[in-house]
Design a protein around this ligand. Structure first.
Ligand code: BGC
Length: 753
């Protein structure tokens, strides 16, 4: 029978000095150890058990997960964390049970997918990545975490740092695109934004880096599909952003649904024990993905839930999200001697340490303050913050004869497309607790910022019923009854703004697509529009790179506007009118057709590099489409013009080099440019990409202004990882290329000694 401890005894055991950062790690360890010494085995296993809230689901609901069972375990102290419980009132209810009704009163960590905002929505992460603006991304992450923390949450399941090169995969919207270097820099900015520099500040959250690892390489871009990649890709492409997030102080990791080279990530010792907790020295804890421990039965590596629990704990998964298997089987696995109790102690130590660092033992209701919730959520500062972020995320892809920016008055403008008035799609997927239909639509934004004469016609509905997070989107593929009104409006207008793309729920988890053109009847409508008016501006709204090849051939101006969050329409309008000069650059290559997938700029040379000038066919190429992207990684136009000159490189001591280049704004408007540095290692013992991003700077220049930019590269930038994950820095000749996208015009060579 469990003995009830008096609160005085517990206090004696754990109430040593309270300011975490001041007391140092060893005092924290002592507090954790003394608490662990008071815990029964069941209570320890309870800390490793995470339940979903009582109403919301972000994955298939397991059969066992009924509310009364959950409450019962909560009261026994057999729950360490809950997810999807939000709002001070609700969080306080469950925290009160954990703190006041359980034997030891250990508070819960409250987790939530605060991915790009809570109520005030920032752009989707892929869009933010297009800003290449690390300060802005950090600030945007801070806005989301402030709102989530004010609503009782203290742990976000972000950043998602899965590099992906396949636009068919719906979850590309959640990451930072195809490049490991850009993804790493963004991962660091996000961790800083969420965690700040004091986890016990009630307006910060613990970060959770996910999905460890390889999820972005699911075969064919089909979500949850198998992943088979070689060590070169694993160590040089997939893992670097995780390591960067860890170096930035990320306190937790989430493993992944996929198998990696035959072993599910959740049961993968190489990833979790050897690399993350071993070589990288990670001291935090790893949570499973939703039900992923149980899914190892479906993967057919565990014959039942008991075997799955054993595999997961042995491989290093510390917390079970919604599989109910740790709570069910771990005790027996320990008692039978199949699992060492030291593994449980290690997991619990990691979990409790974070609870201490979050300040929950000093005040379990630290994140539960109604007044703070009222003041922080939806504040004016947050609204202007997400607007700034949204403007910076837009990418100008084409602007023939300077059709853009548009005049703010005196024009007759037809706005066409159902996404133009859509106030829901811009919220994107993983939209926190955003009110449905709460974004500023394009139509509203245009009206807010100008006095033109607008006519709006949808042309066709995109969907036949309002889409939701849980169900497949139903597209309109037959009803063209609005076409004639749209064409009439377009033919009578001076200029047409066609707003086309994906609904917000067409990307995200479980939203893989095999075609990545405009869904429904939009392409057909676009083709009709250009027949009646040549001045069409396409505003493309999407959660992934779409196939814009027809549009590129036929439409004079194209703006990639992603899903930009609450202030979407205002941001788009400011760019269309030139109040903000677009500065975004693509974080993923835009394809010429879906058959080019996977597509990425940092390809390898191969033994038969493409040779388009040769009329013999035996080169690595497609017969029917070029190898190159339609719009390459790093590409984006501005209303002004940037010129690069004077590229030079200087070798310094200790395998460091300094690179200098002059950048001039030679156009008529002030603007921002992302100067990008790419590297090529001429010969190395492993095959290496033909170019790799190794540095970038976002620079603001007034019209006519110039600046000399400096980059420093060190061994980490010049080297690469071998098949065991060791960094090799090999002497020899390198080329450095600098420019405004991944096909730079300037290059210079140097010799690394
Ligand atoms: C997703 C995770 C998410 C979790 C909890 C899963 O389906 O893969 O990214 O954090 O649900 O909502």
């Amino acid at each position: 029978m469990q003995k009830t401890l008096s609160s005085a005894m517990i206090l004696l055991a754990i109430n040593v000095p309270t300011i975490q950062w001041a007391i140092g790690q060893s005092a924290l360890d002592r507090r954790v150890d003394s608490l662990i010494s008071l815990m029964t085995l069941e209570e320890k296993i309870g800390q490793m058990n995470q339940y979903n809230g009582f109403w919301d689901v972000t994955g298939p609901a397991p059969a066992e997960g009924n509310a009364s069972q959950k409450y019962e375990n909560l009261r026994k102290g057999f729950v360490g964390s809950m997810l999807n419980i939000t709002g001070v009132e609700e969080v306080r209810k469950v925290q009160k049970i954990a703190v006041e009704e359980t034997r030891l009163g250990i508070p819960l960590i409250i987790g939530f997918d605060m991915i790009h905002g809570m109520k005030t929505m920032s752009p989707i992460p892929l869009a933010e990545a297009a800003s290449w603006d690390l300060d802005a991304i950090e600030k945007s992450s801070q806005i989301g975490s402030r709102e989530a923390a004010a609503m009782g949450v203290n742990w976000t399941f972000a950043p998602m740092v899965d590099v992906s090169r396949d636009a068919r995969w719906g979850r590309v919207m959640e990451g930072a695109g195809e490049d490991p270097y850009l993804s790493s820099q963004i991962a660091k900015a996000r961790v800083k934004g969420y965690q700040g520099d004091d986890l016990s500040d009630p307006l910060t959250l613990a970060a959770c880096v996910k999905h460890f690892a390889g999820y972005g390489f699911s075969e064919g871009g089909r979500d949850y599909n198998t992943v088979d990649v070689g060590t070169s890709t694993l160590y040089n492409v997939i893992l670097p952003p995780f390591k960067a997030a860890l170096d930035a102080g990320a306190r937790t990791f989430m493993n992944s649904f996929n198998d990696l080279n035959g072993i599910p990530a959740t049961g993968n010792s190489l990833l979790q024990r050897e690399i993350l907790k071993g070589k990288w020295g990670f001291k935090g804890f790893i949570v499973s993905d939703w039900g992923s421990i149980g899914e190892m039965v479906n993967h057919r590596v565990a014959q039942d839930g008991r075997a799955a629990a054993k595999l997961a704990i042995q491989a290093g998964s510390d917390m079970d999200m919604e599989s109910y298997l740790y709570i069910k089987h771990l005790k027996e696995l320990i008692e039978s001697g199949e699992v060492e109790e030291s593994l449980i102690d290690d997991a619990v130590r990691r979990i409790l340490s974070l609870k201490f660092e979050l300040g929950l033992f000093d005040d379990p209701y630290l994140y539960c303050d109604e007044t703070r919730e009222e003041v922080v959520v939806g504040s004016a500062e947050h609204i202007s913050g997400v607007l700034e972020m949204a403007k910076k995320s837009i990418v100008l892809l084409k602007n023939k004869e300077n059709l853009l920016p548009l005049a703010k008055s005196g024009l007759k403008v037809a706005i066409i497309g159902s996404l133009a008035s859509d106030k829901d799609s811009p919220l994107g997927s993983w939209r926190g607790l955003a009110e449905p239909n709460s974004a500023v639509s394009v139509l509203e934004g245009l009206e807010n910022f100008s006095q033109n004469n607008y006519t709006f016609a949808k042309g066709a509905e995109l969907v036949t019923e309002p889409p939701t997070f849980l169900k497949e989107v139903k597209l309109n593929t037959t009803d063209r009854s609005g076409f004639s009104q749209a064409l009439e409006a377009a033919s009578a207008a001076d200029v047409v703004i066609a707003v086309m793309g994906e609904h917000g729920f067409q990307s995200g988890e479980a939203r893989s697509r095999s075609e990545i053109g405009f869904p429904g009847l939009q392409q057909e409508l676009l083709e009709e529009l250009i027949k009646v008016n040549k001045k069409v501006i396409l505003v493309s709204i999407s959660g992934r790179p779409l196939d814009l090849s027809w549009a590129d051939q036929n439409i004079p101006a194209i703006l990639q506007a992603w899903q930009l969050g609450s202030q979407s329409g205002n941001a788009i309008a400011q760019v269309l009118f030139g109040d903000y000069n677009p500065s975004g650059k693509l974080p993923m290559s835009f394809p010429r057709n879906v058959g080019q997938m996977p597509l990425y700029y940092n390809q390898k040379s191969t033994g038969r590099p493409n040779n388009p000038g040769d009329d013999i066919v035996f080169w690595s190429h497609y017969s029917d489409v070029s190898n190159e992207a339609l719009y390459p990684f790093g590409f984006g136009l501005s209303y002004t013009q940037f010129d690069y000159s004077g590229l030079s490189v200087e070798s310094l001591a200790n395998q460091q080099v300094r690179v200098k280049v002059n950048l001039k704004n030679s156009g008529l408007r002030d603007g921002e440019e992302v100067a990008q540095l790419y590297l090529n290692d001429h010969f190395s013992s492993f095959t290496r990409p033909i170019k790799e991003l190794k540095g970038f700077q976002k620079i603001h220049l007034k019209s006519g202004e110039s600046k000399t930019i400096e980059f420093f590269l060190g061994p980490e930038d010049l080297g690469f990882y071998d098949g065991e994950g060791n960094l090799l820095v090999e002497p020899g000749e390198f080329t450095i290329m600098v420019g405004g996208n991944s096909s730079p015009t300037l290059s210079v060579n140097f010799l690394l000694k």
